[in-house]
Design a protein around this ligand. Structure first.
Ligand code: ZN
Length: 279
């Protein structure tokens, strides 16, 4: 019953729905990034246009999550079918931002006074931006088997700023994390190349794990790799069984699993480590 009441309290909080709404708008922006960054058309046309016919989309038909359902999944201009990716990314981002508010409640009413916690706000912002970047790179990697450098290296370059702003992450943790993350996957890629004379692992993954280490610290590198490999292996076996063919050569993007491992570590790291060490 207490769990039920705490869910009710959270859902009644304005800040929870405030975080949800910000997440929905950010998700709408992530859809633009997912579409335009690999095409390198990010800066060319700033207004939203219909992907099928190129018509300008008026702002009132561009409301995150809502518009897709009001339009019944079809473009208003030309009737083209809209991808489920749009509302899914928007809804996922909205739910993530709202759930992160539960993890890092930076604002709330306490005995009719407004409480504000700057450290929790920084933790919330850090987790929101980190997971948004992970989601963007995962969808691009799943669709096109590439992780754009502007995202992975851009994120890596931001690491010192993140370490400076974050209340718990030190610059040493961040630098060692970037070196360990990039180094361990670079060594794996190099060893695979020596053994098989072909690339088994994309260098996009090397840069991605370096960026994860830079943003979460060295403590996150091995849990991310471990969790990502487990989830990735289960998914790969599942996909091969569904496709009824088994192949060691099957090309499966690793980026989304690394991203999932990093997010699992960010949110449940201490619980997962306690679970595995029996503590
Ligand atoms: Zn159209």
């Amino acid at each position: 019953m207490t769990a039920f009441f705490s869910v009710v309290v959270v859902l009644k909080s304005y800040f929870f729905w405030f975080a949800f709404s910000i997440g929905a708008c950010v998700g709408s922006f992530l859809n633009v990034c997912i579409l335009r960054i690999p095409e390198k058309t990010f800066w060319s046309n700033r207004r939203s246009v219909c992907p099928a016919c190129g018509a300008l989309i008026p702002f009132y038909l561009n409301i995150p999550i809502v518009s897709f359902f009001l339009l019944k999944g079809r473009a208003n201009c030309c009737g083209a079918k809209l991808s489920w990716q749009y509302p899914l990314v928007e809804l996922t981002t909205a739910v993530i931002f709202a759930v992160l508010y539960v993890f890092f409640p930076f604002m709330g009413w306490d005995l009719s006074a407004l409480q504000f916690d700057a450290d929790q706000l920084l933790r919330w912002l850090h987790a929101c931006i980190f997971i948004s970047l992970m989601l963007t790179m995962s969808v691009i990697d799943a669709r096109l088997m590439i992780i754009p450098d502007v995202l992975s290296l851009g994120m890596l370059a931001m690491s010192p700023v993140v370490a400076w702003a974050h209340p718990d992450l030190t610059l040493v943790d961040s630098v060692v994390g970037a070196l360990a993350g990039g180094g361990v996957l670079y060594a794996v890629a190099w060893a695979y190349w020596l053994l098989r004379k072909q690339y088994g692992l994309g260098f996009g993954d090397v840069k991605l794990l370096a960026a994860i280490g830079g943003w979460l610290g060295w403590q996150a590198v091995f849990p991310t790799l471990f969790l990502g490999s487990i989830v990735g292996s289960i998914m790969a076996i599942g996909i091969m069984m569904l496709a009824r063919q088994f192949s060691w050569q099957a090309k499966i993007p690793f980026g989304p699993y690394l991203a999932a491992g990093a997010v699992a570590h960010l949110l449940f790291g201490s619980e997962l480590i306690a679970l595995m060490t029996g503590g």
